[in-house]
Write a protein that binds this ligand. Structure first.
Ligand code: ADP
Ligand code: MG
Length: 555
């Protein structure tokens, strides 16, 4: 094909047999600047050679698969193509610090292995560089496979470590509920990250490894590590208090990441939280569709009914109220809130404000008056990082102080302070937290088409999905981890629309439908094109994406 026009590459689509593996080209790009070609390789167990104990059970295989995709990604990044556009580039999805199932690399319990990645077929201008393509596909790719996807390329110890650490994380998380815990932070964990945009662990002499206060220390059993000691965060209302810059948000962020597993050496591989932990923050400007926020907001100026609150431009407090109710609707059991990103008037109205602005002129019932009831009536716990609103001491079960990154249990002192310095606040409680009524989304309000294409889905980085022509802003949905996961959520929204939005099912029923389908058939149910960039996701982030779709209509 050397020297021919780029379109001639279409002929190489399909399956090819190499000596020890098969390679399928599922999609051939239309030109060197388009999305690169999609490739799948399959290695039988005897070629991949991974010992059976790292392939089974699935938690072990996932730990190893993530190691392989990181290694593949690193090695592939070193292959320099020359030519136009994406010529010669090989890319694979890697979840970096996190260990999350993806379609990039799958190790089956039999030991068979499949990897999916993309290749930029080389060209100069739009003229095929045939010799380079041959070298890339017949030399570089096989060599890359041998160096990254076969057991011979790894220390056996390293393989076991990655398998076992991931299996342990699953076991630690599974152990939380029976101990009455919502989160666990093992002693010795390293929580701070290198920077706001670098998820790797902070290094250096200044790093203080986590140590549990004695009164909160529990031990959980893991199949490989044995008994692991650390801080157990119990059900109920827990505060993280302390001076500015003493590590409050860092601890909270570790807990919010604890819904995912982490690679060995990350520092958070033994930090686990309730899988139904949801980060809540204020997000002014977001849209809201018929959400019952009356537990928090009543009697807005203009008289809009807060039992069916809709807006295209929520305020800080109404957005935070809606985000909480939507999370509860989706089944959240732990709310994570950081004062840094919360709306102050949603969190607290102190005695003086109560005196100055009478109750009948303030639509907001602040969270402080609901948080205890959320736990006792609804079984929903909260973990709050606070520095400013001491009124919360009245409603806290446990108070953890962070002082120079050291955790201390000051619950008793905090309760004494609450008695010694009564706030004089009057609880503002007009009714209970009602269960959100059934919201039934209408499929017609989700339009995935753009121009002549009936389906156009895309993620623009981690923060934004494009569903048809409608952007969905995910920047405040902090537990979305990556660009690829955002893209996966877009696909999941389409499945939700096509298969489950029948005008009768409510949002939680639709979430059940999608999650069960993925559970049963794997992520590939989201696409018939064998993409390598589908990343496992939770119902909460799917709900968050749906709830932020500005065209959404619900009955
Ligand atoms: P706060 O929320 O209390 O104001 P942060 O959690 O934002 O504080 O932490 C302040 C700074 O301290 C951050 O730069 C963070 O990376 C760093 N930090 C947090 N925990 C540790 C620790 N255990 N060891 C070293 N540095 C830390
Ligand atoms: Mg902070």
């Amino acid at each position: 094909m050397d020297g021919r026009g780029y379109k001639a590459y279409k002929e190489i689509g399909g399956q090819w047999s190499f000596q020890s593996f098969s390679l399928t080209i599922d999609h051939v790009q239309g030109d060197p600047f388009a999305a690169p070609s999609r490739v799948r390789v399959r290695l039988p167990a005897q070629v991949a050679g991974f010992p059976v104990e790292v392939c089974d059970p699935v938690a072990r295989a996932t730990g190893v698969a993530c190691l392989l995709s990181r290694r593949f990604s690193g090695e592939a990044g070193r292959i320099r193509g020359s030519g136009s556009g994406k010529s010669g580039q090989i890319r694979i999805e890697s979840t970096e610090q996190k260990v999350i199932p993806t379609t990039a690399i799958r190790i089956e319990s039999s030991g068979d292995l499949e990897a999916r990645f993309t290749v930029g077929l080389p060209a100069r201008g739009r003229t095929i560089l045939g010799r380079q393509a041959a070298e890339l596909l017949c030399d570089a790719v096989p060599s890359l496979i041998a160096r990254t996807l076969t057991s011979g390329a790894y220390d056996e110890e390293k393989l076991h470590l990655h398998a076992e650490v991931n299996e342990d994380a699953e076991a630690l998380r599974a152990a939380l509920a029976s101990k009455g815990l919502v989160a666990f932070v093992a002693d010795g964990s390293v929580l701070p990250r290198r920077s706001g945009v670098d998820d790797r662990p902070l290094r250096g002499d200044g790093v203080v490894p986590f140590r549990s206060p004695a009164s909160l220390r529990v031990s959980l059993e893991a199949p490989n590590a044995g008994w692991v000691a650390g801080m157990g965060i119990r059900r109920g209302v827990t505060l993280i208090v302390g001076g500015g810059y003493h590590g409050k948000s860092t601890l909270l962020r570790a807990v919010q990441s604890g819904i995912y597993n982490h690679r060995p050496g990350d520092g958070r591989e033994q930090v686990v939280s309730d899988p139904a932990a949801v980060k809540i923050r204020a997000e002014d400007g977001r849209s809201v569709r018929r959400v019952d926020i009356s537990a928090f907001i009543q009697g807005l100026p203009g008289g809009s009914d807060t039992r069916r609150f809709s807006t295209d431009n929520a305020s800080g407090s109404t957005s935070q109220a809606a985000t909480i109710i939507e999370a509860l609707e989706a089944g959240a059991r732990l709310l994570l809130i950081d004062e840094d990103t919360a709306a102050t008037n949603f969190m607290i109205r102190d005695r003086r404000m109560q005196a100055l602005v009478p109750r009948d002129r303030e639509p907001i019932t602040p969270l402080i008056d609901r948080i205890g009831e959320l736990h006792t009536e609804k079984g929903v716990s909260s973990l709050l990082a606070l520095g400013g609103s001491g009124d919360y001491l009245d409603v806290a079960d446990t108070v953890i102080a962070m002082t120079r990154y050291e955790a201390e249990d000051i619950s008793d002192r905090a309760h004494q302070v609450a008695l010694d310095f009564p706030t004089g606040r009057i609880a503002e409680v007009p009714g209970g937290v009602e269960v959100q009524g059934r919201r039934v989304p209408l499929a017609d309000s989700l339009d995935p088409s753009r121009g002549r294409r009936s389906v156009h889905l895309k993620a623009h980085g981690r923060d934004e999905i494009l569903f048809g022509t409608t952007p969905i802003d995910l920047s405040a949905v902090e537990q979305v981890v990556s660009w690829a996961q955002a893209g996966t959520l877009a696909q999941a929204l389409l499945l939700a629309r096509n298969e489950f939005m029948d005008g009768k099912r409510s949002i939680p029923e639709i979430l059940d439908g999608v999650m069960e389908a993925v559970e049963e058939s794997g992520l590939d149910i989201l696409s018939d094109r064998f993409p390598g960039d589908l990343v496992a996701f939770r119902r909460f982030e799917l709900a968050a994406a749906l709830n932020r779709l500005r065209t959404l209509k619900v009955r």
